[in-house]
Ligand binder design. Sequence first.
Ligand code: ZN
Ligand code: ZN
Length: 158
Amino acid sequence: MFISFDCPKCLKPARGEATAASRGVMCTDCGWTKPVVEGDVRDETPTRCLVCGCGDLWRQKDFSPKVGVTIVAIGVAISTWFMMQMQPEWSLGTLMAFALADMVMYAVMRDCLVCYRCHARYRGIPRLDQVAAFDLEVNERYRQEAIRLKQAESGKVI
Ligand SMILES: [Zn+2]
Ligand SMILES: [Zn+2]
């Protein structure tokens, strides 16, 4: 499986691969490593975040909303052009074709796992059906925790 995360040490975006051979996550920038221990991964699926150890992960379509918006925007632009050429059928057809392309892309995109706490992303996991989808309540809990941690840290500095 592939992992993309923000390194907890140097805070730079990092990418890693956790395979049977390399049982660990590593930042190539600063050399930060975290070994993958027994129970961290079951059936090639992480049971908890391999970066921060958080036990809550959610399942998400590995589809950037930006890409989706861009596809639709291009479709609208072409459709508008056809409209100006007085070809409403083509205009409508283009719009529908792009909307369909957007849907198809969304459907074929594979799921990835995201950590609630550090937002590390896990790709290339064979079985994700048993993982729960995004839960706003759980996310809120981690958001609050992050705010508290930030406050505590800034308190220490002062
Ligand atoms: Zn690093
Ligand atoms: Zn995490």
